[in-house]
Structures are given as C-alpha cells and as structure tokens.
Design a protein around this ligand. Sequence first.
Ligand code: ADP
Length: 259
Amino acid sequence: MALEFNAVTKRFETNGGVLTAVSDVSFKVDEGEFVAVVGPSGCGKSTLLSMTAGLYQPSEGEVRVSNVPVTGPNSHVGFMLQKDLLLPWRSIVGNIEFGLEARGVGKSERRARAMQELKHCHLDGFERHFPYQLSGGMRQRAALARTLAVDPEIILLDEPFSALDAQTKLLLQNSFAGTIAETGKTTLLITHDLAEAVLMSDRILVLSERPGRIVAEINVDLPHRDQPLKRRVMPEVSAYAAQVFKHLKLEEKAEEVMA
Ligand code: ADP
C-alpha cells in the first residue's frame, strides 16, 4: 500500500482553544493511483497533505507511507504547492538539481537526473534560463521536474494550477497528467476545481466541512487519465462532477452541470 490513513484526527491548539481540523479520516491509496481530494475551504485538505509529508503529526490515528508509519519529514514524499518556490538566482537546471544537492548526490549524476526530468516535463532547451524568463505554466512544470528529480514514492500536489489562466491550466493539467502517468507515481491532488478532479484522477475523496471527514469516495471509471483534454469531451464527466457537487451539498450546481 502506497499511502494509508488509519482513523486520523488532527487537532490544533489555537488562541481560542482547540480546533479539530480533520476527524477520523481513513483511506488507502494504491501504488500508482492518482487520488483527488476535494472539499470546502478550511476542511483540512492541506492538513492531510502536511501529515502525509510528515510536517504535522496526527493527534490520533496513524499515517503510513509504503507501510511505514510517518514520523517526520522524509524523502519518500515530494510536495508541490500553488507557488512554484523556484529560487530566482538559480537557473532552471540549477533549481531542479537543488533537492539532489541537498541529498548529497554527486555533480554529474545530479546534472543527468535534472536533464532527464527537464525532458520529462517538456522543458528541454530551457535549462539555462532563469525562473523570471519563463511563463507561469513553464515555472510550474519546472517545479514538477524538481519534485520528480528526487524520485519520491508519492507526489503531493496542493492546488498547483489555481493561479493560472484558464487556457494555461488546461494545457498544464494535460502535461502534468502525461508526465505523472509516465512515471507511474502515486499522486494526491488537492483541488477546488471539481472538473479538474474528474479529469485527472482515478478516485475522488470528498470531505465534509470542518472538521473534515470523508463523506464519499468516487471511482472515476473513465479512460485517458493521462490525457485530461481527451476526458474533457466525454459525456460522463459532467455526471461525475454532479455526483461530487451532491456530496458537497451543492445540489443547484449539480443540476447546473447536468443541464
Ligand atoms: P483546507 O486546505 O481544506 O483549506 P487546511 O487544512 O488549510 O484546510 O485547514 C483546516 C483548518 O485547520 C483551518 O481552520 C485552519 O485554519 C486550521 N489550521 C491549519 N493549520 C493550522 C495550524 N498550524 N495551527 C492552527 N490551525 C491550523
């Protein structure tokens, strides 16, 4: 099992008392599976990713990555955020090499692995550019390349497309989906965009309002997980989106997407 949450509850101490972010969350993700997590703002989606990455410990329950309990930050998990967090003073290849450098990988192997990921993420020819010279979409591709370069077992994507314009977003979803499918990496994606969840994943976990609990798990039984642009034109996509809206108690939206 690539990832397991067993009865996980997370509470935070705050000035106003104790806040329960997520409550009794259990789910499993198989190796190579792509799972999307959706739910209202503040329901604990990022908290789930942070616990997977070992940045927070559960208050109750257990998180396991590759059958091993997560006790702190570790190299099994690659985390990518909405902001690319590229270092402005380093070239693109230098940015991709950064994590490898921190792990003590030698110079020539570092370069070889970074160049391979550049290619994977369709950035060949841009290795000597600096982040400011790239578009938002290309920068996110560079951030994905950096995440993949350290060869994590699981990739965590926290709203990686939400700051982009609609067209760039579609193209980038397609490019990420293709790259991730090629690597066969287990992936967890947080998104506010329910269509994105349907277009990109094998399965959608729907969380309730805070404290987040899983209210539904929807298997997206459609081909072309590696090509969201192909999925997009399939009539079943709106039926899946409507199912998610219903579980989020957004019935009007469900009727709208089915109209
Ligand atoms: P989401 O990603 O679904 O928007 P989050 O996981 O970011 O939700 O947050 C869930 C709840 O936990 C929110 O109410 C947030 O304010 C609270 N929270 C998150 N991190 C902390 C923290 N470090 N300390 C206190 N409260 C936190």
